[in-house]
Design a protein around this ligand. Structure first.
Ligand code: SF4
Length: 284
């Protein structure tokens, strides 16, 4: 059975899926890239390495962070380029800008895409209704979506950090999540911002977006409750086969998801649907 149509339903907020797994990388290169404080994760990078190194796809399209909150989309054809893009991104990287031109001009056949739920929706539409994009749509082999509660309106968020914490944008080196806080590393040290304060600086469009896990993707991935683990949701047989083969060939370690991780992802997915209803009702 191929891809199933999407229904956004608070009673079934994870949508259609074929499997759910807890995953950790088993790849030493990914662990090294994640650094000495490695506590797990890196599952998506490991799947991408499997795909390229086993010739399942010719390239992967991923976002790579440049500096601070800014990022760019790259077409990675080698393990080194994939590893270079590992790590969180905080702004929505313009996905379609030049992508079609690059993909149609490059010597690549099948491509796997990693993006956010809204980008997965765009790619699914391109794949299902090719119209003018026919060359590009034929190259979309696998769509991977990362869980997303929202991305920052970059200028607004940077302004807030400058005003409230006296850190200017060009001083920011890295941003990560630790529990309920955003940890912003900068050239003079680090600051910790409660996530509930940062949420005021989400992009407006994100407030009406109902999709947390990426219902239009083949494979959805996001942080599990168990520290260092990634929750993988496969939505097509193709995605399920890829995840299992990445495990069988030593790229991933898979286990059954624990009840609490499942409960949390369902709760967040439902919360995002309800948030979208609330904000949509204010604009209608
Ligand atoms: S919240 Fe929705 S619209 Fe905003 S970045 Fe995430 S998936 Fe895209």
């Amino acid at each position: 059975m191929a891809y199933q149509p999407v229904v956004i339903d608070p009673e079934n907020p994870l949508g259609y899926y074929t499997g759910i797994y807890l995953a950790q990388t088993a790849d030493e290169r990914v662990k090294r890239k994640l650094g000495p404080d490695y506590k797990g994760g890196g599952a998506v990078t490991s799947i991408l390495l499997y795909l390229v190194e086993h010739g399942v796809v010719d390239a992967v399209v991923v976002a790579r962070r440049k500096k601070g909150l800014y990022g760019e989309t790259i077409i990675a054809k080698t393990p080194e380029e994939i590893l270079e893009a590992t790590g969180p991104k905080w702004s929505i990287v313009p996905y379609t800008l030049g992508l079609r031109e690059k993909l149609t001009s490059m010597d690549v056949g099948r491509v796997a895409f990693v993006g956010l739920p809204c980008q997965a929706q765009f790619l699914r539409q391109v794949k299902m209704f090719p119209l003018m994009e026919s060359d590009f749509s034929k190259k979309i082999y696998l769509i991977i979506s990362l869980f997303c509660m929202g991305t920052f309106a970059v200028e607004s968020f940077l302004n807030y950090i400058k005003k409230s914490y006296h850190v200017s944008p060009d001083e920011i080196e890295n941003i990560s999540i630790n529990g309920d806080e955003l940890v912003v590393k900068h050239v003079r040290g680090e600051i910790r911002i409660p996530i509930r304060d940062a949420l005021f600086h989400l992009q407006h469009g994100c407030l009406t977006c109902p999709d947390y896990t990426g219902l239009f993707a083949d494979l959805s991935a996001g942080k599990a409750l168990k520290p260092g683990f990634t929750l993988l949701i496969t939505r097509t047989k193709l995605a399920d086969k890829i995840v299992r083969e990445a495990s069988n060939t030593g790229y991933l370690k898979l286990s059954e998801p624990d009840e609490e991780s499942l409960r949390i992802v369902i709760e967040k997915a439902r919360e995002k649907i309800m948030r979208s209803y609330k904000y949509l009702s204010t604009v209608l």
